[in-house]
Design a protein around this ligand. Structure first.
Ligand code: SF4
Length: 120
């Protein structure tokens, strides 16, 4: 079975064609201009990962943008967003504050991406 993917590792956006066997294992990756594309396509077919971005509520009102500091399994994205939505951030948190350690046992932390220190 052939599967087509756009590589998102760099701005070139190569159109990859992945050849999968009957067990969904990667036999070959075509059209990749570099090894990073082959690694991306292989991971995407076997165990897709994503960095999660979103917003968390601030104590006292408002929201702050946050993200995971590394990619987590794609199937946990919605659960991760739900945890983020229920986690209140201190109103004076500096950028990079870890608001959730090891979210959903993924090894990733959720951190703020905007400086609130001195804003409120
Ligand atoms: S295959 Fe390599 S060159 Fe092509 S988009 Fe992916 S990282 Fe960039």
């Amino acid at each position: 079975m052939k599967k087509e993917l756009t590589c998102i590792v760099c701005p070139m956006g190569c159109q990859l064609v992945v050849d999968l066997d009957e067990h969904n294992q990667v036999r070959a990756v075509d059209n990749a201009n570099c090894k990073r594309g082959v690694a991306y396509a292989t991971a995407e077919c076997v165990a897709p990962m994503r960095t999660v971005t979103g917003t968390a509520p601030i104590v006292g009102g408002g929201i702050v943008p946050v993200k995971t500091d590394r990619a987590i399994p794609k199937e946990l994205m919605i659960d991760c967003m739900m945890v983020i939505n229920e986690t209140y951030v201190p109103a004076d948190a500096p950028i990079g504050t870890i608001i959730i350690e090891n979210v959903l046992d993924t090894g990733a932390n959720v951190v703020t991406t905007k400086d609130l220190h001195g804003v409120n």
